[in-house]
Design a protein around this ligand. Sequence first.
Ligand code: ZN
Ligand code: ZN
Length: 520
Amino acid sequence: MNKSIFACLVLYFLLSLNNVLATEKPDIRIKVAEYENSFEFIMPDGGTWEYGNEKGKIENNKKYIISGKLLRESIKKYHIIVGSTKINEPAQFSELANKYAFLSPYKIEIGEKPVNGFPENRLIYLAVKNFDSEEDAIKYQDVLAESNISSWIYYEAIQKPLASIKLTYKGKTLAEGQKSFFLKPTKQTILNKVEYAKGFSWHGFENRAYNGILEVKYGYSDNIECIETTDMETILAGVVPSEILPSSPDAALQAQAVAARGEILSKKGVKHFGCGYDTCSEQHCQVYKGITKILSKMSVAIKPTKGLVMENDDGTILDAVYGANCGGHSAANDKIWVSNYNPHLQGVDDLVAKGIIKDLTKEENVKDYIENPPDCWCGRKAEGASKYRWTKTITKDEWKIIEDTANIGNIRSVEIIEREVSGRIISMRLIGSEGQKTILKELPIRKLLGAGAVLKSSCFIAEFNKDKDGFINGATLKGAGWGHGVGMCQTGAQSRAKAGQNFKQILEHYFPNSKFVKLY
Ligand SMILES: [Zn+2]
Ligand SMILES: [Zn+2]
């Protein structure tokens, strides 16, 4: 047998073995920390480090330092994306391309081929323009917004940064160069001062522990990135208590586990495509604080849901998103984000007793809904009263920040143009002394009016204060809910579980008509 035929047969054997392994728990690569120049770590029970062919021992409980120097920044291209379809939907893609034909669009294929029999997640993005800097891309998004075209920015990783990185112990360099370090703990690695919730009011630093292998390298953030590879169920045992009160009844923890598993798996290979990991440990993907004291308790609690996800009608995994508090009614995915209509993510009320919430897309119904809140699961006092209804005063100084960001001079008025089914504002226009600006989608609205932070939700009513010339100089906002509002309401899930609902009942409510499927 000649060598190439033999190689083909070996490859065929390996591939078929891969299919046999379809029922195995998938490994997930999660970016858990990012450092500008250096960080310290310890392994309480020791371990090893590897760097190319070099390797060595990590002593128990001793402080090691990894530091680096950025020699040349990474190169990225910022594409403006106006829509996407799954990779195997050519008819839908043509329809989308025709809709935006006047912008001379082009397509970009996103995602990695699925492994181990897991579903196809790859997408085709429809891009309309690209830029070398993020700043220019954002400016172009504003131009599109004036024509009521929502978009998002996809950055394509063109060239990795050039950087040198080294591992030192007691002042001595153990290895140095431009490759990745791999840290393999006997039990766990404790990373010092991991930064979390950047841009949020609860932003901070804390030491966090991880039991998987950590890859340490300079990434496209131009910082040192730590990427943990570990199995899905271990990550979930860490994600669940970071996302929902760990003291919640098991049914709420289990609902959270199924939702997070679906969210991670439906975006695997896509959301951070080209970055070298599947998901990140921040709000952007799902909050994961690593291994905590309650890990084993969580593993036991979520075990009955092992491998379980919900699916779309075409058999792909449902992106079972969730948010802190829906405010009384959950939101519609395609209105909140630039994403395709999903029948399981169109928003449902969270009423305790059967009833009707008046149409919140109509401005005249929103004031009463916010000021006289209905009896909803997520409005129960013990769970999240402060998330259910809130008031925010925008001071003069904060309004100044908003005006600086909007960059249209002094703002004279704010018009609410569109609300979606949960009452969240998804289109808003500011009229200023030097122009006007349209802001589309809930997150940009929350960021702008948060004046340096992020507003709890875009479901609010506002009273504006004005100066003697009629310009706005502050406001009082009364709002409902916390977060984007799509999918499962985490506060509602907790009080439903307390009242005796099981995890399937909870999920069936927030993701109507979606089926459960066990992947492994
Ligand atoms: Zn992320
Ligand atoms: Zn709710």
